[in-house]
Design a protein around this ligand. Sequence first.
Ligand code: GDP
Length: 138
Amino acid sequence: MTSITLMMIKPDAVENGYIGKIIEKVTSSGFKIRALKLTQLSKQDAERFYHVHKERSFYPELVNFMSRSPIVAAVLEKKNAVNDFRNLIGSTNPLEADEGTIRKLYATSIGENAVHGSDSDKNAEIEASFHFSGREQF
Ligand code: GDP
């Protein structure tokens, strides 16, 4: 049985021209794209998306970063999608990410770390609905 996860290619990676390379790595790792778009989060959108972190010291920095320029949002499907995608992207801090992971290859810092991946099946559903209407998901 397959499940979904929500990917965002974050502003740093879009600015650095890595959209194509990241999508190639994702699809060649067995993920199917069920929804995809280039979009930009408003500050309010970023606050809402990351509200679980609102007490953290880095929250204002995170909100400014995530809303500063366009992102790519995608719904990805695969068996064990959430965990397999988190393994593919690597640790939050690119300095600690394994060789060959997306963050090791394309992230610049713990804050500007190239990609987002959902942390549970429940959050994947919530995050997919945050970015896409039902008729945008295939
Ligand atoms: P993730 O699940 O690996 O994305 O990590 P978290 O859920 O812990 O954090 C969400 C996002 O907040 C990360 O992907 C980073 O963009 C950002 N973040 C986490 N820790 C820090 C930090 O110490 N400093 C800054 N500036 N950003 C952070």
